[in-house]
Ligand binder design. Structure first.
Ligand SMILES: Nc1ncnc2c1ncn2[C@@H]1O[C@H](COP(=O)(O)OP(=O)(O)OP(=O)(O)O)[C@@H](O)[C@H]1O
Ligand SMILES: [Mg+2]
Length: 386
């Protein structure tokens, strides 16, 4: 085995190539014993590693223990298929933090077919597209979206198959089955005379997703994530954080799936049936999290004249769709009941905006705006908490 060490304390990168077996392991163990004094970020670059035996795996675990004791981190990067399989069968994938090596994809000759807020979608061949994220999107997001899309498919959500995470220059992407379809937003815009029927389909589809049981081993729990966003948001004070988390903890937990960005731009109309895309925020939780984001896009962005720009559905039409959607989902509530429902929805809308604020979605102008409208969406007593 070849071993190369680059140290820039507190970071050390150890590049390994060849076979990490009983012959090679003592060498690496000696490095860990003697050279980690000032190191709290240990990286094993295993791009050239072909094989790891049980003794080799124990050295990784030893490194993990040492980093834990030093309050540091260990990362295995460029993990290729053979090593990933060993980590999977031994269950160490849950213990060791690692990043897979992604297949390189050339952009040459690829034609862009659509653009979203986080990336662009290119046709690879007649059956496949690649969704390439912009550089500002966290690199781990592609793995997460691919994994959630697969789990959602297995749980019964109609969604495109996701094949692979790829690297394209500095950008990361997910390869998907190509859906030969328009988005529901574009379909609505082109079929305004049928809008009533199409919204009925939209409501039925959302209810179908919201009835699918989700297991928190496979999908994150929305309340837990939301509490984390509240904690991470720097412009709340402690009493405001406590208020939001107390309310979140009282949220009903039906144990069913949400998409968390379920606007008609993320649904494709294939023939007569609907299919979900953009799966990176799938979670388990109350559908109110979904209503919050649907209202944000169809009502709030439309009010700013941005819905057409974002999803191709005219702003006035989007506002109508929102009213029809909420009436349809809640079976025509009377005006007082509707007011109460919308107030609840606004709470979850505010929470999603905290998340969008934290990941700077929509750029800096939108980020500045979000802070103001988070306060507008929440009850007045919230802003008064000091
Ligand atoms: N599997 C697919 N087959 C065909 N077209 C697709 C597929 N996945 C995505 N698209 C197209 O690419 C567009 C952007 O995809 P997606 O919504 O996943 O990206 P995004 O950048 O995360 O979007 P958003 O703007 O909602 O954040 C879609 O509106 C759709 O037109
Ligand atoms: Mg999208």
């Amino acid at each position: 085995m070849k071993l190369e060490i680059i140290t820039h304390a507190p970071r050390m990168t150890i590049t390994l190539a060849g076979r990490l077996n009983a012959d090679a392991a003592p060498n690496l163990e000696a490095v860990l014993d003697q050279q980690l004094q000032e190191i709290t970020e240990l990286v094993f670059d295993v791009d050239g590693l072909e094989y790891v035996s049980s003794v080799g795996l124990r050295v990784f675990l030893l490194a993990q223990q040492k980093m834990k004791a030093a309050h540091g981190t260990l990362l295995l990067k460029n993990v290729g298929q053979p090593i990933a399989e060993i980590l999977e069968v031994t269950g160490l994938e849950r213990i060791l933090h690692f990043e897979r090596k992604h297949r390189q994809l050339s952009m040459e000759g690829l034609k862009m077919i659509a653009k979203g807020a986080n990336g662009e979608c290119y046709k690879v061949d007649e059956e496949t597209v690649v969704k390439l994220y912009f550089d500002f999107v966290d690199k781990a997001y592609a793995e997460r979206e691919k994994a959630l899309a697969t789990k959602a498919f297995v749980a019964g959500v109609p969604t495109a198959l996701s094949f692979d995470v790829v690297q394209c220059g500095t950008r990361t992407g997910v390869m998907y089955e190509m859906l030969k379809a328009d988005t529901l937003a574009l379909y609505m815009e082109k079929n305004l005379e049928r809008l009533n029927d199409v919204v009925v389909m939209y409501v039925r589809f959302c209810k179908q997703i919201h009835a699918i049981a989700g297991d928190t081993n496979n999908f994150p729990d929305a309340v837990t994530l939301a509490c984390g966003y509240v904690d991470a948001c720097e412009f709340f004070n402690d009493r405001q954080r406590a208020f939001l988390k107390e309310r979140l903890m009282r949220t009903e937990r039906p144990g069913t799936l949400i998409h968390w960005d379920l606007h008609p731009g993320n649904i494709m109309m294939q023939g007569d049936s609907l299919c979900l895309i953009d799966m990176g925020d799938m979670a388990v939780g109350t559908p109110y999290f979904d209503f919050g984001q649907i209202k944000q896009v169809l009502h709030y962005y439309a009010g700013l004249g941005l819905c057409h720009k974002f999803i191709g559905l005219g702003d006035a039409n989007a506002m109508r769709v929102w009213q029809m959607f909420v009436a349809g989902y809640f079976d025509n509530p009377d005006p007082d009941a509707l007011k109460a429902i919308e107030a609840d929805i606004d709470f979850y809308r505010a929470i999603k905006n905290v998340y969008l604020y934290l990941c700077s979605s929509g750029g800096e102008t939108m980020r500045a705006r979000r802070k103001d409208f988070i306060f507008q969406m929440l009850p007045k007593e919230f802003a008064d908490l000091k």
